[in-house]
Design a protein around this ligand. Structure first.
Ligand SMILES: [Fe+2]
Length: 218
């Protein structure tokens, strides 16, 4: 059967370093909390410094039911990630290309291009697909902003995962020194992201149904 691609492109700018935005996309644990309206379960099957294979139960805007999907995220280079989504017994294949362009040291442009493979007779869905993808991008983008902002603020104070903030842990260190040291550093992405939940064993479920800030399945 002849196949075609439904396509969509979304672009946005954010006042954060490129690698912090990438961190946000590779942090799978926040998905069931911050994006609880779109996802109710995420489980990581395997991951390394370049790839992450996960299973998700997701709900797209304007579609009234949840779907089970497998997602393979690949960091092709420091400025590009590609995510392959498979659902409905692999009958639906959806590829997303995320391109990151540093517009300054602490700001970045993100472009997401969507390609969904469908039989030719579904070509008439192009307009609806474009509308759903653009709506989804904007909703998720807005939901992510507070956590990106929080992460950037604490990082500037010297925060490290599972270690905290140096000048708070050690009263002999001056907060001024930490902030001065950080201002000359660049935010760096380190994959895979450190985990706090059981997302790799049983999967991360939604814990607090109505909170975008606390919801990680612990
Ligand atoms: Fe997110």
């Amino acid at each position: 059967m002849k196949k075609i691609y439904l396509t969509s492109t979304s672009i946005a700018d954010a006042p954060f370093p490129k690698d912090l935005l990438l961190w946000n996309y590779w942090d799978h644990e926040h998905v069931v909390g911050t994006h609880f309206e779109h996802y109710k379960k995420v489980k990581i099957i395997r991951e390394d410094q370049k790839e992450c294979l996960s299973e998700r139960i997701a709900k797209l805007p304007l579609i009234p039911f949840y779907i089970n999907e497998r997602s393979l995220a690949v960091l092709e280079n420091p400025n590009k990630m590609v995510v392959y989504h498979y659902t409905l017994f692999d009958l639906v294949k959806h590829k997303q290309i995320f391109e990151f362009e540093e517009t300054s040291e602490n700001s970045c442009k993100v472009k997401r291009s969507d390609f969904m493979e469908v039989p030719f007779f579904l070509k008439f869905l192009q307009g609806l697909f474009d509308k759903i993808m653009k709506k989804w991008f904007l909703e998720v983008w807005k939901e992510d902003m507070p956590m990106r902002e929080r992460r950037f603020k604490v990082w500037k104070l010297g925060f490290k995962d599972f270690k905290g903030i140096n000048f708070i842990n050690n009263k002999d260190i001056s907060s001024k020194d930490c902030v001065i040291q950080k201002s000359s550093e660049k935010y760096k992405l380190n994959l895979p992201i450190s985990k706090v939940t059981n997302i790799k064993r049983e999967g991360s479920f939604r814990l607090f149904k109505k909170s975008k800030h606390i919801g990680y399945g612990l």
